[in-house]
Design a binder for this molecule. Structure first.
Ligand SMILES: *Cc1c(COP(=O)(O)O)cnc(C)c1O
Length: 359
């Protein structure tokens, strides 16, 4: 199997081997040490301030999106949400469910956010800004510098969902003044799905402490308290936390976050160059290094067929799109345990599809 989807992604041998082992009992000093090490290495990857904290939620990425919103925002806030695809829209839905007043800054699908779109919202009493750094559904990367400047000027609390951008696109909590970052286990961390991660700076920690959030499982105050001893309130996905530990140590050995960024950039560029003569066109006007989203120039409605044919006849997964983009856009990921030869295989398969007149 070859998997170029945007999560779950291919895992290396050391990580897969850990997945086949028994799960140890976890209320131990040994497991606490693993959690502390995970926190330390993740903070380094997020370029987080020293006093930031990391929270491990057993749940997919959306669990942390919802936990972050519930525990740091309230009905007294007024949030701006960048809605340029299904993940941006998810933040709107979460705020809706929890009664957080918000305005959606809608970006046309495949288009990045511009300064002109933000201008009407200067000095309008907003308190928070929510964005998915990479809108994985369209492949768009938003301009974190632009967003950071806007938030600093307007004193906004900045929540960044970097679930797919983590380790693929530039993210620096300190430099950009990001208050809370979210990522998940099944994207560039390249371990199985099941754990999502929140990194909270001092501002975010203060908001969590003061929050009167109405939830039992997702009350982050309890996670922070138990985190002080390297534990979580409830049984976490222990095996995945062990795999995350091994992965973070691999990343540290292989040049840290900057090494990972270089790697995904090299894959994205190699793939984009390799398909130049095929009937594809990039869908995103500003592309994340996590994923390349493509439309078809000769057979515009063949996107889902391309996904199905590669899956059924070639044993290769790419990522289809959902909703209105299902027939017209497909995505190729640059995350996980892939190498250049894997891209060569994918590109030759595309060439065959061209000969067979599927694309
Ligand atoms: C994958 C992803 C998520 C989370 O999805 P889950 O299925 O809940 O893990 C959220 N935001 C972005 C930008 C993503 O790429």
């Amino acid at each position: 199997m070859l998997n170029f989807a945007v999560g779950p992604v291919m895992m290396n041998e050391e990580i897969r081997a850990i997945g086949s082992e028994e799960i140890p009992y976890f209320r131990t000093a040994e497991f606490s040490a693993v959690t502390f090490e995970n926190e330390k290495l993740l903070k380094k990857c997020f370029k987080a301030p020293d006093d930031a904290r990391v929270i491990f939620i057993t749940g997919s990425g959306t669990a942390s999106m919802e936990a972050a919103v519930m525990n740091t925002l309230s009905s007294k806030d007024k949030a701006l949400i960048v809605d340029g695809g299904s993940f941006g829209h998810r933040f709107c839905e979460i705020c809706g469910v929890h009664g957080i007043p918000y305005t959606a800054v809608v970006c046309e699908k495949g288009k990045t956010l511009t300064a002109a779109q933000l201008a009407p919202y200067e000095n309008k009493g907003y308190t928070a800004f929510l964005v998915n750094l990479g809108e994985t559904s369209t492949g768009v990367l938003y301009d974190i510098g632009l967003i950071s400047d806007f938030c600093k000027r307007n004193g906004l609390f900045l929540i960044v969902d970097a679930i797919s951008s983590f380790l693929c696109d530039d993210l620096d909590m300190k430099k950009y003044g990001v208050d809370l970052v979210i990522t998940g286990s099944q994207k560039s961390l390249a371990v199985p799905p099941g754990i999502s991660i929140i990194c909270a700076n001092k501002n975010a920690l203060d908001r969590i402490e003061q929050s009167e959030v109405n939830t039992f499982y997702f009350n982050l105050k309890n996670y922070l308290k138990d985190g002080e001893r390297g534990q979580t309130p409830f049984t976490p996905a222990v095996g995945i936390l062990l795999q995350i530990n091994a992965r973070l140590k691999q990343i540290e050995r292989d040049g840290g976050v900057d090494g990972e960024l270089k790697r995904s950039k090299a894959f994205a560029e190699y793939f984009r160059k390799g398909i130049k003569d095929l009937p594809f066109k990039p869908f995103a006007d500003k592309q994340s290094n996590a994923v390349t989203s493509l439309t078809l120039t000769d057979k515009p409605n063949a996107a889902y067929k391309v996904f199905e044919t590669l899956k059924d006849e070639y044993g290769i997964f790419i990522c289809p799109n959902g909703g209105e983009l299902k027939e017209t856009v497909f995505r190729v990921g640059h995350m996980g345990n892939l190498d250049f030869a894997d891209y060569d295989k994918l590109i030759s398969a595309f060439r065959e599809l061209k000969t067979r007149e599927i694309i």
